[in-house]
Write a protein that binds this ligand. Structure first.
Ligand code: HEM
Length: 218
């Protein structure tokens, strides 16, 4: 397939269109790449796909699946009826906006409420990082676990009174998990590449090594 021209904030033509009401960069990548449906996704399918993306095996893989389940089952609402619907039919990925996980601008603000990418917010993210040693050679701007923690705290502070007490808990399932899955390097040196974050948000595309995991399946 030929490469499609990328217009920032617009999907490449070959991609599957993603609803603006799906605010999660990771899920947007999964939908755009055709790994999961853009509307209702059975929780088992979602868990299996994220397990595959994580590259974990055995018990660690099961933990990723269980964590995904816990997040996804309540993502569309916490009423008993909605929890039952999510558990039996699946999560509605195009109806996550304004759901229990939506922090209403208390996150990175890279994606706005209409799912447009704000490049200046990616630049802001980069200011929290440093030049990191790429295991495959050279250096690039990235954020280690510690820098991600500082970034998240700054986001909460910026949100001021809008931030709810439980947002820091929600955040633990976002950037730190993205670092686990997409990070490069090991231990304290492990970092999230700003260039790869940009590609994920702007082009809804995963790095090749994650695509390989997804194609291989859980
Ligand atoms: C491994 C799996 C996942 C990763 C790595 C991930 C990562 C992220 C990241 C990095 C953000 C952006 C936060 C920001 O802009 O500050 C985010 C937001 C979000 N994620 Fe995910 N996510 C994952 C799974 C899920 C699942 C399973 C759901 C629900 C079905 C979900 C729903 C959301 C929602 C609703 C937001 C928007 C939060 C907001 O704007 O306040 N995510 N996620």
């Amino acid at each position: 397939m030929q490469d499609q021209p990328i217009i920032p904030g617009q999907p490449p033509a070959a991609q599957i269109t993603v609803s603006p009401d799906n605010p999660c960069p990771f899920l947007r990548g999964l939908v755009a790449g055709g790994y999961v449906d853009g509307h209702t996704v059975p929780l088992q399918k979602l868990c299996n796909t994220i397990e595959a993306a994580s590259g974990e095996r055995g018990a660690k893989e099961k933990v990723v699946g269980m964590e995904t389940y816990m997040v996804a089952v309540g993502a569309n609402g916490l009423s008993p009826l909605r929890l039952l619907k999510s558990a039996t039919s699946g999560a509605d990925l195009d109806e996550l906006r304004n759901g229990p996980l939506d922090k209403h601008g208390a996150g990175s603000r890279i994606l706005d409420a209409t799912a447009h990418v704000h490049e200046d917010e990616i630049d802001r993210l980069a200011t929290f990082g440093k030049d990191c040693k790429d295991p495959s050679g050279g250096t690039e701007r990235g954020l280690t676990s510690q820098e991600i923690t500082t970034f998240m705290a700054a986001n909460i502070k910026r949100a001021g009174d809008q931030a709810r007490w439980y947002y820091p808990m929600l955040m633990k399932g976002e950037w730190p998990v993205l670092l686990n899955i997409m990070g490069k390097g090991e231990g304290d040196e492990r970092y999230l590449s700003v260039a790869e974050v940009r590609t994920l948000f702007v082009e809804r595309r995963f790095p090749d090594r994650i695509v390989a995991r997804l194609q291989h399946g859980p």
